[in-house]
Design a protein around this ligand. Structure first.
Ligand code: GSH
Length: 255
């Protein structure tokens, strides 16, 4: 039995939901609320001492970190593979995964936080805010960079530069597409989907205005059944951005 402790709109949770749906695996959806502090309770910290989502519990064993969970699922479920057959190609996927963890996953956070949580974080006075940050096992210093609930423009600019680099690298890799590693849809593609969705939702889709292969790739990923199962109503943060009809239309067009 698999249980996924996750949140509808957390990008890291979405990575794992995509992977579970790609593999057709059933799971119990355990939704936690950040605002209620569900990720910081002693019970959850016993599963994931980092106090972040997601965590997969498989037959009672907690598995943490979205990339690790996806590789774990790949190991235990060989059907619908998301890793290539040769060691050299698997190394390429892993290199993408490390890059994705280091660059776009961290870069998308400051603009996301400014867009999504600045009102809630800004409503706290500095003492309350620091007390909250103090409770975060992994993210205290990340939170403390915010002032009045917002990251400074210099931080946002650095994020935008790093996200643009990601898109440029995708555009170059897709020359031999349709996927990042050639013919096969792999964990490298999968890990980027929630980040691109988030960029789209917070008004950063212009970053791939001049990247036609990335634009096509983004249309193709939205045609996969795993996409609309992962981004169900409420799982995207742009109001009204989700409509099953629109996604199905994209799927039809993509054939
Ligand atoms: N490396 C971890 C990072 C997980 C992570 O940062 N999750 C975010 C949601 S996407 C979170 O739980 N943040 C908690 C917070 O901001 O307090 C993974 O990929 O699972």
């Amino acid at each position: 039995m698999m249980e996924l402790y996750n949140s509808a709109f957390s990008t890291c949770s979405q990575k794992v939901r995509l992977c579970l749906h790609e593999k057709g695996l059933e799971f119990v959806d355990r939704q936690l609320s950040f605002t209620a502090g569900d990720h910081l309770t002693p019970e959850y910290l016993a599963l994931n001492p980092n106090g972040v989502l997601p965590t997969l519990v498989h037959d009672g064993v907690p598995i943490t970190d979205s990339s690790v969970i996806c590789e774990y699922l790949e190991e235990i479920m060989s059907s619908s593979p998301l890793m290539p057959t040769t060691a050299a190609e698997r190394a390429k996927v892993r290199a993408w995964m490390r890059y994705i963890e280091e660059v776009p996953t961290t870069a998308v956070r400051p603009p996301s936080f400014n867009d999504l949580f600045s009102d809630a974080n800004g409503a706290l006075d500095r003492d309350e805010f620091e007390a909250h940050a103090e409770r975060l096992p992994l993210r205290k210093h990340f939170y403390l960079k915010m002032n009045n609930g917002r990251f400074e423009q210099t931080e946002i600019n650095a994020s935008l530069e790093r996200l643009a680099q990601t898109v440029q690298r995708m555009e170059a890799a897709l020359e031999t597409g349709p996927w990042l590693i050639g013919d096969m849809f792999t964990l490298a593609d999968l890990m980027l989907i929630p980040l691109m969705v988030r960029m789209d939702d917070i008004g950063l889709a212009h970053i791939w205005n001049d990247a036609p292969r990335v634009t096509d790739w983004f249309t193709r990923v939205q045609a996969r059944p795993s996409f609309y199962r992962t981004f169900y109503p409420g799982a995207r943060i742009k109001p009204g951005s989700f409509s099953i009809g629109a996604v199905e239309q994209v799927a039809e067009q993509a054939g």
